[in-house]
Design a protein around this ligand. Sequence first.
Ligand code: UN1
Length: 512
Amino acid sequence: MAQAKQAKITKKTKTSTKTYHNFIGGEWVKSSTGEWFDNVNPADTSDIVGRFPNSTADDVNAAVSAAKNAATKWRRTPAPKRAELLFRLGEILRANKDRYTQEMTREMGKVLKEAGGDVQEAIDCTYYTAGEGRRLHGFTTPAEMPNKFAMCVRQPVGLCGLITPFNFPMAIPSWKLIPALVCGNTVVIKSGEDVPLSALNLVKACEQAGIPKGVVNLVNGFGDAGAALVDHQDVRLISFTGSTDTGRKIAEACARDNKIVSLEMGGKNAIIVMDDADIDNAVEGSLWGAFGTSGQRCTASSRLVVHKKVYKKFVQKLVERVKALRVGNGLDPKTDVGPVINEDAMQKIHGYIHIGKNIDRATLACGGNLLTKGDYAKGWFIEPTVFTDVKPGMRIGQEEIFGPVTSVIPFSTLDEAIEIVNGVKYGLSSAIYTQDVNKSFYAMQELYTGICYVNSATIGAEVHLPFGGTKGTGNGHREAGTQVLDIFSEWKALYVDYSGKLQKAQIDAVEI
Ligand code: UN1
């Protein structure tokens, strides 16, 4: 990564490439060092989408200080008023959806339809969560003494640092930003360095919606900028989506400062295909779950756990469909599968293909090669790859690959399949294809994941349901839904004694 970063950084002041800035205290500003990095199209690395400030701890400090200055006024703004601005933001996102979609495909590589879905997820999240401005429900409860009132309200946690990944360049920033704002927090965002434009588009839309200066701040850059945010003493909460390794380091750093930390990390999700399943439907779901977004989703269906009775038929149909997938530039509407995000990712995924073939010794049913000729030479392309006869304990059956590679694992009984699905260190998403209502409910009960689907793939979560996972996927929090409010607000218990005298809890009991 370090090498890729160095190659991208420049101090040049003159360029024909469009230049973007950090957003700090309501102003668009350069980084304190005057350094820039290029945002490169992963389908065509000769296409530079823009150049962005390479920020340091000084820039992060400036952004945190702006967020701190804006905090009191924003916290005191009634939640329905905060939400009004968010509804306005939703309108702006909707009006610009096509442009955002194009720009996202250009910087991230996913096909246009999927980029449109990503922007739509940000729109949905904005409208849905803005509605919380008129709810943010607390509760009342009886007090144990007469003439005393007890209730609970949500209060903002304070200054939030949001660190976001490359794979959902607008949706994931919105999952964090919108609930943080509706709860009354101010934020500093450090967006994924491979996809800075989509988060910037979201922040620009916040500015246009009239969100006050300093409430939303954006710092572009690499891991050192993220680390400066994590270590800053004025930051109260870090919300992070990304790799399990980075997440663990962030959690350790946050623990030292007693910061609240919400982590959304890896997955090794699986689809179970029962012998009674509609096989064609299961094949379609597997194709979409494994190769959508080139497999670069935390929710990707990277294991297909298939009943032995239908194994042969399933594999034959799947491989036929996978071979027909068109790999190419996501901007071409005929493309099914775009590039992967960068060279490091491509090498890592290719490394896993090597492991699958030569160390695990699974059967390579199709794919397996880097695509480097003709137009492919300009980008980071990999053939959609299927391994069969995979044993659950193999590395390709255990580790997150985050690319267009899936492993088919045979099984004989539903209990065995459930054990295979649960037998990894992650627990984000799972699925089962079956026509049998009893089997589906049994699987829903036994699959130990944060999300579980019946008769559809492991991807495609909706914004009004909680998103997150068990075990190594997270640290117990859920994004989206109303559950996300528990990340971005803290409970305050309120007691009002209107008896006019001292009443001692647990001591002055009422006689009955
Ligand atoms: C992710 O992969 O990090 O459920 C997010 C889905 C999308 C979100 C995925 N709505 O696949």
